[in-house]
Design a protein around this ligand. Sequence first.
Ligand code: HEC
Length: 111
Amino acid sequence: MKTKLRLLLVSSLILGGCSGAKLAQKPDYHRGMHVFNVFCAPCHQNPSSDAPQLDEEGDWDLRAIQWTSIWKQHVTQGFLGMPAKAGHPELAEQDINDALYYIEIKVKSLE
Ligand code: HEC
């Protein structure tokens, strides 16, 4: 029981992000593009990095584009070669949602 409660607490902390703000706005493509260009492009638009490239459809084939909640978790917590929040703890949950929305639309448009 106690463990369950703690798990719940931890996951709501993670989901809530450090701002503690509720998700007030829908993801926005243009804000997402800005966040992406500043924080994500150094790896995701840089062929010398291991990261899947924004303009390479094949790089995303094996990644579950329909599971953007998993992406969000990976970006927020870090995943293999990717540091948590792109190495910028100041990024808000909204910034991450926007950037993921931008990636999702871009990658879908390559198909
Ligand atoms: C320091 C380099 C780096 C930065 C900065 C970075 N990423 Fe990544 N990202 C990676 C790498 C490397 C992977 C591939 C991890 C793997 O599967 O080995 C990845 C994977 C991903 C994935 C796929 C995750 C999955 O579940 O398959 C998404 C989505 C993603 N990044 C989004 C972002 C977003 C959004 C940002 C900016 C907020 C960002 N990344 C910034 C390196 C980076």
